[in-house]
Design a binder for this molecule. Structure first.
Ligand code: UDP
Ligand code: MG
Length: 136
């Protein structure tokens, strides 16, 4: 049975700044993801706070929201079979130092905070995150 899903991916400011947008999209296309929608935008800090609300009690929350709103990002809706988990696998561990060979964070991540990419962690959150960027 097929299980086509959509997930939200964000190319974060550190990667956009290094002009890695095209290279990172190639990772997705090569793994069979379709990029259904995309937009390059810069968000306000209060919007980043809303996006990362699940992390509001964490010590890194303030820096994280400042960072996500510090420069242009590319938000994308990705689609394929098992997109949510497959995207998490392709991204690699949150800390690039712990990410497996062949993952986006292993190749491009600078540090745990500048880890180049965001991906939804569940089908439910993917819907919420896609709406956040693409509901008009
Ligand atoms: N983060 C951080 N310090 C930490 C943990 C996370 O700066 O100790 C940042 C990092 O950019 C990460 C984001 O917060 O991507 C969201 O954290 P999460 O645990 O959801 O990781 P992810 O789902 O992005 O792998
Ligand atoms: Mg997460």
């Amino acid at each position: 049975m097929s299980n086509i899903e959509q997930t939200l991916s964000i190319i974060k400011p550190d990667a956009v700044e290094r002009n890695l947008e095209r290279e990172i999209k190639e990772f997705f296309l090569h793994k069979g993801f379709k990029i259904l929608k995309e937009k390059k935008i810069q968000i306000e800090k209060n919007e980043a706070e809303k996006f990362y609300k699940v992390h509001e009690t964490k010590p890194f929350f303030n820096d994280l929201c400042s960072y996500l709103s510090s420069g242009p990002i590319v938000a994308m809706v990705l689609e394929k079979e098992n997109a949510v988990l497959d995207n998490r696998e392709l991204m690699g561990a949150t800390n690039p130092k712990e990410a497996d060979e062949g993952t986006i964070r292993k190749k491009y991540g600078i540090s745990i905070d500048k880890n180049s990419i965001h991906g939804s962690d569940s089908v439910e959150n993917a819907k919420i995150e896609i709406d956040f960027f693409f509901k008009d």
